[in-house]
Design a protein around this ligand. Sequence first.
Ligand code: FMN
Ligand code: SF4
Length: 447
Amino acid sequence: MPALEDSFTINDLEIPNRLYRSPLLECADNDADAAEVLRQELEPAAASGVGLIFQGATIVTEEGGCAAPGMTRVHDPDFVRELKTVTDAVHDHDGRIFMQLEHGGLRSMETWHQGYRSEQPDVQQLAPSPLPPLMKAVDSMGFLEYDVNPLSTDEVYELADRFGECAGYAVDAGYDGIHLVGSNMGIVQQFLSPFYNRRDDVFGGSEAARSRFLELLYRRIRDEVGPEVPVVTKIPAETNAPPVVRRRITFEEGVRIAERAVEVGFDAVVPTEVSTFWDASLVKGEYPEKAWKDEEFQNGYEEAFGCSRRARLVSFLNRLEASVYTFEPAWNERFSREVRRHVDVPVLQEGGIRGRREIDRLLGDSCDAVGMGRPFYAEPRLGERLLDGDDDVEVACESCNNCTVPQVTGADGRCRTPRVLEKAGRLRKEEVDEGGASSSASGAADG
Ligand SMILES: Cc1cc2nc3c(=O)[nH]c(=O)nc-3n(C[C@H](O)[C@H](O)[C@H](O)COP(=O)(O)O)c2cc1C
Ligand code: SF4
């Protein structure tokens, strides 16, 4: 069985070990200091020895498509060139960094963020098809606001070109690979899903046809980055969708999507069991009580959701979701294992992985590398404790989700639970005292 410290390859790229930081929102936006924000967010993980860093999703279009405030757009080659300082910083620690490409489609802010919507009333949501009946009902209740632009066949090809171009810019800026948000209810999942995709052209109809957009993206990206750059994608199975949703990507179809993705050429896959909706199935854990109550964010919640009454309604729905999507250790294990039985490229697993013993159990069984998301908000230098760590090492993060909700207000992504931060500080100090970590307790790479 491979150990966490063992290297592996994606395409021909050697990754120094099997621990990766899964993509998280960095809130770097496109401001003048975006590269510096990204560097400060990502370098600590590399400095702590993490082999592979997936930057949070970046948007391929000039307008629309952001799922949350503060997401970075990468349509402008001059802007992306500036990110060389980020890739250099990661490479200085012998880490590898991939850019993740995305368009939110129906999940975008222009659907749900009232403040953004009133500032940008003309931005439509890109979508594979007109709204499914269930979403029309939500729209008519005024809870979400849709103004959908179902893409023509030509527009599908044009959007794929944008993904390809941005991938090319990323490689020019030193990124080692490209990661696609094939899941998380972004536009790729919307094309894959029979719930959203009701097209009658080459990109819709049969199960295989619904995969064609993903395959087209691969080919356009490959055209731009050449044969050697690794190209990776998340793969969805909509097993968490509520029972009322009958048309969905089943577990078995998710496995077949992964097989097709590998056949067309993807170099690694990240299987994720998700819902048809953008909900707490992506971040299983607790209801973020503290975050919803925090005075600091009340105005931002009102701006995002339109008024305090609607903000309370969203909070109530969040409580319901949290009662359904309770924390489940390593929740993508079953899907990852099944995909791994069917493909011959590395399978990367993330979602609820929290300790070294669990990692050792998963590696070589359900996956070839393990990723963590929220634990890096709590411990930006997590690699120091996990790599070469004892088998009882556990992360400090408690999956309470207090870091997630404030992000709808544009607040930056970081752990917001004081007791967890105290614990993280204590654990880091112990690590430094024992000599297992760099003793520089401050400085650029400390985060
Ligand atoms: C605040 C936040 C932002 C996220 N942003 C992204 C993203 O940009 N792209 C993506 O593929 N996944 C994103 N995810 C999902 C994570 O990569 C990861 O799959 C998820 O958090 C589960 O892993 P964890 O339990 O270790 O946190 C995000 C998760 C959180 C909490
Ligand atoms: S607030 Fe902190 S402890 Fe809670 S989920 Fe986020 S990182 Fe983990």
